[in-house]
Design a protein around this ligand. Sequence first.
Ligand SMILES: C[S@@+](CC[C@H](N)C(=O)[O-])C[C@H]1O[C@@H](n2cnc3c(N)ncnc32)[C@H](O)[C@@H]1O
Length: 242
Amino acid sequence: MDLFGDLADRYDLLRSDNPPYLSILLCLIRRFNNKLILDLGCGTGNISEKILKEADVNIIGLDLSASMLGKFNAKRTRASLICASAENIPLTDSSVDGIMCIYLIHLLKEPKRALKSMKRMLNKGWILIVSAPHHFIKKHPLNVFFPSFRDIDLSRFPSEEEIVNWLADAGFSSIETQYCAVFRKWYSQEYLEKTKSRFISTLKLLPEEEFKTGLKKMEKYIENEKEFLPSPWESFVIIGYV
Ligand SMILES: C[S@@+](CC[C@H](N)C(=O)[O-])C[C@H]1O[C@@H](n2cnc3c(N)ncnc32)[C@H](O)[C@@H]1O
């Protein structure tokens, strides 16, 4: 199933804010004076575009979905784009300074093997992986409306410990984990509209009936409450070095 192809048109509207891991990426690029970064699973290039505006670096964006890449291409940035799988990267060894994998690792069929081949792409450099921590998946604000949401994500997202072990096994060193969060108004009309458009791939994996019933519950919940406090959207960032 292509979970992302039909999201291409609205993806940037749904992910418009500056994510908290952007500053970590910019620090790495500046600290090591990097020249070429590989953005695996780059999607519409919403992160790459921000990096290209801020840093004197070049980026290769790689994604499996031609429609997501089409949106990236339309931005006319200086990035080069490749339509391919991150599990079979058509680049030569030691050709890039840094690799970013943002919300991609849970979509790979053989992540352990893929990380080994990513390490070969790096001469000296780093890999940065962003994903969702299990403690956050367990308390995700949408769990109250969609009962399977939690288990679908727990079964597909690897834990921080697994990723750290895979990186060590692939030969990365000085592996460090950081947590970041931004506060969001989850129970708002705006977030309801995003949920209706199934902007998170998990929503596409829910049984149809559960999705419809959950949306009704969410609508009622928002109607009946006047004010909801924002709560955190949490990610973890794991960095490994060659
Ligand atoms: C959740 S989106 C993240 C996009 C972007 N990194 C971001 O953070 O906005 C995942 C992206 O990975 C792409 N993708 C899924 N499986 C892939 C694979 N095996 N190789 C390359 N890209 C893949 C999807 O097409 C989609 O664009």
